[in-house]
Design a protein around this ligand. Structure first.
Ligand SMILES: Cc1ncc(COP(=O)(O)O)c(C=O)c1O
Length: 381
């Protein structure tokens, strides 16, 4: 074979892999990639074991175990007052990433435009590009990452097929307000634009704020795919389990792709999650659990030379370092890993033209000990 024509010629290894590898190489405390370093609830592990013993070892139904879809319908109804029918409007996915990919694959055709907000989770763009779609990026800036809805209005054209939002937002830790969602609802009214609402951190929101799910707004819910992640909610990112909500007509198209993409996701884990979700406290306790970690981390950093505004949601905290160095964020993140043995994520890699706001993203989904060790290092810089 002489030539291989890449469909994604500009894509290289993700920054998460790069930084985690570097963290291992230099024996650094790894606050780069977003995964917890504490134990999973043993009850959840036992439930998987029970499921395997009970014989849940063959293919699950294509859209997911009925009992899991039922408990998700109940949860969504209780939290957001929305009624997603378990049979036709909820699909269990192999992580939110698959839900995102499948929503895009089902609808994006060559030259369709998709509006995304940068910094953005790094799976959106290549998924759009694989189907020939055109990414229309709107850059948000530190420290507030607020959306200028007039700018969004100016980017909507007859070719706009989809808008992707993410709240609570990775990497900034910001959240969309009710007013934001109402503005978006107004903008999309009367159009056929699909909304992809990435809500993987729906249960990680702080200071008494309420998560503004697209499910709460009828004009958004009628056009929305909402993606969720059990990985984020139950500290099991390695299980790659999630789900997707959408009105029946949209979900029917989603499933046409889903059935040939993965057909179904992991069966015993679906059984375990269906039982575990019956106790709402397993997810309702999350804001408190993570707010304690955020507050501990920030209280330990109060005398450092980093500056910050506390994250409103997610388990990421941005730290600005202009009091320390004029280096670019990639160079500084690399130096921190090699010289100070602490790994973070430089936010510019998620930005349009690598806009550098001189902020690094630190994951605080870590044990108290790890956070204390990390803060000790950061305070010396
Ligand atoms: C904003 C966002 N969306 C989606 C995902 C992917 O979730 P999952 O691991 O369930 O595929 C992540 C994971 O980091 C994320 O931060």
């Amino acid at each position: 074979m002489q030539n291989i024509y890449s469909k994604l010629p500009d894509i290289s290894t993700t920054i998460f892999t790069v930084m985690s590898k570097m963290a291992t190489k230099y024996g650094a405390i790894n606050l780069s990639q977003g995964f917890p370093n504490f134990a999973v609830d043993p009850m959840l592990i036992d439930l998987v074991n029970i499921a395997m013993q009970k014989g849940y070892n063959q293919y699950a139904p294509m859209a997911g175990l009925v009992s899991l879809r039922e408990v998700i319908a109940e949860k969504t109804n209780t939290l957001y007052g929305s009624t997603y029918h378990p049979e036709t409007e909820i699909t269990i996915t192999s992580g939110a990433t698959q839900g995102i990919f499948t929503s895009i694959a089902a609808f994006i055709n060559p030259r369709d435009e998709v509006i995304i907000f940068k910094p953005a989770y790094d799976s959106y763009e290549p998924s759009i590009q694989l189907y020939g779609g055109k990414v229309i990026p709107i850059q948000l800036s530190a420290p507030d990452f607020t959306i200028n809805w007039q700018e969004v209005a100016s980017k909507i054209t007859s070719k706009t097929k989809m808008v992707i939002i993410n709240t609570p937002h990775n990497p900034s830790g910001s959240v969309l307000s009710k007013e934001d969602m109402l503005q978006l609802e107004k903008l999309l009214k009367g159009t056929d634009i699909i909304l992809l609402s990435d809500e993987v951190y729906e249960h990680i929101i702080f200071d008494g704020q309420k998560h503004q799910s697209a499910a709460l707004f009828p004009g958004l819910a009628e056009r929305a795919f909402i993606t969720a992640s059990f990985g984020k909610t139950f500290h099991i990112t390695g299980w790659k389990m999630g789900y997707c909500l959408a009105p029946k007509k949209l979900m029917a198209e989603f499933r046409k792709v889903h059935q040939f993409n993965i057909f179904c996701s992991n069966h015993p884990m679906q059984y375990a999650l269906s039982e575990y979700l019956k106790t709402p406290n397993h997810y309702l306790s999350l804001p408190d659990f993570y707010q304690k970690k955020r507050d501990l981390f920030l209280s330990l950093l109060k005398d450092s030379r980093f500056t910050f505004s506390p994250a409103s949601g997610t388990y990421f905290q941005l730290l600005k370092y202009t009091n320390i160095t004029e280096e670019g964020d990639v160079a500084f993140a690399e130096r921190l890993t090699k010289e100070h043995r602490i790994a973070s994520i430089p936010v510019s890699v998620f930005n349009l033209h690598n806009q550098d706001d001189n902020v690094l993203r630190f994951c605080f989904a870590k044990t108290e000990d790890t956070l204390k060790q990390a803060a000790e290092v950061l305070c010396k810089i």
